[in-house]
Design a protein around this ligand. Structure first.
Ligand SMILES: Cc1cc2nc3c(=O)[nH]c(=O)nc-3n(C[C@H](O)[C@H](O)[C@H](O)COP(=O)(O)OP(=O)(O)OC[C@H]3O[C@@H](n4cnc5c(N)ncnc54)[C@H](O)[C@@H]3O)c2cc1C
Ligand code: SF4
Ligand code: SF4
Ligand code: SF4
Length: 363
């Protein structure tokens, strides 16, 4: 049987319009030193740069989240069968938690739990840093490695100067291709924070034993209903449709809606909520083909959905994830609401409902 290679990804993924631009193929190309493939244009799939040096090994095809070749193996490892039977994957336990660190809580998207956990893992020397996404503007992020509390807070986008960026940046993207960053930190123990499509690629590489996936100590997965893409035209359309000026946006959160906090907002009552249905025009096209809402292959998944304001929903999935959450709860660095099984059931039902909305969209 002919091995499928990058050429086939172009035909079957790029040309069909379903490339998620995760950067997995670029980061883990077997001939990376020859720069065979790379991103040439922002917001477009990667391309051949040096076709002659392609080893035709097929690694890029195997690990692409849109080819699903390794699903059977991954499903065994992560106790998953099918989205119709397990829309939110295997759940070891579910919590609703908040950081006890006032800075992480203040700057956190929800309960500031992800950053608190990363900081704890760094302090305990379990990891040397984490690949996270730094906010450049409300709808634009870039991947960075955070090695300290200061880096983590800095990445949360609290010192944005959006007005100047609006003049120079032509495109805004909530999606961050963070996988290519792994190349630069080959021999470090890292945590990786990512959306379901990114965590999927990492798991494929770990499954195949491809370096540098082995330096990922833990996968912290974010829930992800969809991601957004704005060029100048869409930006203007968005501003007119929702009567919001981009430059007045202080922060965004994605929960059961897109939640926009304006710079001059006073109380949570005047946060602007926009439903996903109204945001169809701004969704990244690749997200339309994605089924996973809760990050089923992560060690631990995090989202806002299911929890009260300023709390994070935490789903432990693997033994590693479970042990780490137990350890940090014991330290008192995060506080978990004491919720009984009926509340947990309700939380799960809500999350399942959104997973099903996403699956419906996919049909
Ligand atoms: C694109 C996107 C879509 C989401 N959609 C939903 C949704 O539909 N429903 C829902 O309930 N929750 C969603 N979430 C998750 C939610 O917004 C919070 O990230 C999550 O609840 C954790 O909150 P926290 O306060 O504990 O995290 P924090 O302590 O604030 O830490 C969040 C960490 O994630 C990193 N980060 C943020 N964005 C990215 C990114 N794109 N790639 C890699 N790292 C990143 C930050 O740098 C930070 O280190 C989404 C997140 C993202 C990024
Ligand atoms: S060398 Fe292998 S991984 Fe790289 S582009 Fe060619 S087939 Fe893909
Ligand atoms: S691995 Fe990621 S970037 Fe590469 S073709 Fe697949 S979806 Fe696109
Ligand atoms: S919806 Fe899917 S494809 Fe889109 S960013 Fe989220 S995980 Fe990736």
């Amino acid at each position: 049987m002919k091995i499928k290679i990058f050429e086939d990804l172009i035909k079957e993924v790029h040309e069909v319009g379903i490339c998620q631009q995760c950067g997995g193929c670029v980061s883990f190309c077997n001939s990376i030193e020859n720069e065979v493939i790379d991103f040439k244009e922002p917001n477009l799939p990667p391309e051949y740069i040096n076709r002659k040096k392609c080893l035709e090994c097929g690694i890029c095809y195997l690990i692409c989240p849109q080819t699903h070749l390794l699903d059977e193996d991954l499903n065994k490892t992560f106790k998953f069968s099918d989205f119709s039977l397990m829309p939110i994957g295997f759940v070891d336990n579910i919590y609703s938690c908040q950081s006890m660190d006032k800075d992480f809580l203040k700057y956190g998207t929800d309960g500031g739990v992800v950053n608190t956990l990363i900081n704890y893992l760094i302090e305990k020397k379990i990891i040397e840093g984490a690949i996270v996404a730094k906010t450049k503007s409300p709808f634009s992020r870039e991947a960075i490695i955070a090695k300290s509390k200061e880096d983590l807070i800095d990445a949360s986008g609290t010192k944005l100067d959006i007005s100047t960026q609006l003049d120079t940046v032509q495109k805004f993207h909530t999606y961050t291709s963070s996988l290519p960053n792994l190349r630069r930190y080959k021999f470090r123990k890292l945590a990786f924070v990512g959306t379901p499509c990114q965590i999927y690629t990492i798991r494929c590489m770990q499954n195949l034993g491809i370096i540098p996936s082995e330096n990922i100590e833990i996968c912290l997965g974010l829930f992800c209903y969809e991601n957004f893409f704005f060029d100048r035209i869409k930006l203007r359309q968005f501003e007119e449709q929702f009567k919001i000026k981009f430059k007045n946006i202080k922060r965004i959160n994605i929960k059961e809606n897109l939640i926009i906090e304006l710079k001059d907002h006073k109380t949570s009552q005047n946060l602007i909520n926009i439903s996903f249905k109204e945001l169809k025009d701004y969704m990244r096209p690749a997200c339309e083909f994605c089924k996973d809402f809760t990050n089923i292959y992560a060690d631990i998944s995090f989202g806002g959905l299911g929890s009260p304001d300023k709390f994070t929903t935490v789903i432990t999935r693997t033994k590693k994830g479970k042990d780490i959450i137990h350890r940090i709860i014991k330290t008192g660095m995060i506080n978990c609401l004491s919720i009984d099984s009926s509340i947990k059931k309700k939380m799960k039902e809500k999350i399942i409902q959104f997973s099903q909305f996403k699956l419906e969209r996919n049909k």
